[in-house]
Design a binder for this molecule. Structure first.
Ligand code: IMP
Length: 202
């Protein structure tokens, strides 16, 4: 990808906006209310009654998590985990921990916050890792669900938006080659951006 492209202005590289900042904000408010209601009404299983632990999966979940936690009217803590998925050159069977959680999740109520569930492979591996650490409960909240590409069934309790088509989306944390995460909306990249990057990476 050329430097010129990056300084040109990100919005010029978007073919269409799928979800506006206003739609995101409205949906995040509703999700926050649902989560607070559920954990007040039986979803919390921690035998010691400790606060909900929200775990953001780096880096894509950052903007979503930052907005979501402020919409959840509950005592909560948050932590982050970074994993390398197969998109970074590994096979679908492999997910490596790049940054682990700071604290134990044993007997805690954990809410995993993801940017997008696509094939489901990454989340499936994360869930296995988490369950091996014996939390009291695990739920998943994803900003975007792309069920058309699912290869592994994964339990997702809270979904921001379902995208019914197979499109690659960027913005509000979602990237293409580490760019576009700072767009305030979620959109589809112009085709020539992919093509140009493919040629440059040859
Ligand atoms: P999965 O393992 O196929 O479910 O993919 C999970 C990861 O792939 C996500 O956490 C994203 O980093 C990336 N990904 C999948 N689809 C998209 C997309 O449309 N835009 C940006 N990243 C995506």
């Amino acid at each position: 990808m050329s430097i010129i492209m990056a300084v040109k202005g990100l919005k010029e590289e978007i073919e269409r906006v799928l979800i506006t900042p206003e739609e995101i904000a409205a949906r995040v408010r509703v999700l926050g209310q649902e989560i607070a209601r559920d954990y007040r009404n039986g979803a919390a299983k921690d035998p010691y009654g400790r606060p909900l632990l929200v775990v953001g999966i780096l880096k894509g979940a950052i903007p979503f998590l930052a907005d979501l936690i402020r919409a959840v009217d509950l005592p909560l803590e948050y932590d982050f985990m970074s994993v390398s998925s197969y998109r970074n050159g590994t096979s679908p069977g492999e997910v490596r921990i790049i940054k682990d959680l700071d604290r134990s999740i044993s007997q805690r109520d954990v809410l995993i916050v993801e940017d997008i569930v696509d094939t489901g492979n990454t989340l499936d591996h994360i869930l296995r890792l988490f369950r091996a650490r014996a939390p009291a409960s695990v739920r998943v909240c994803t900003l975007i669900d792309k069920p058309v590409r699912r290869e592994v069934e994964v339990p997702v309790h809270y979904v921001g938006f379902t995208i019914p088509e197979n499109v690659f989306v960027v913005g509000y944390g979602l990237d293409y080659a580490e760019l576009y995460r700072n767009l305030p909306f979620i959109g589809v990249l112009k085709r020539e951006i992919y093509e140009e990057a493919r040629v440059a990476n040859r």
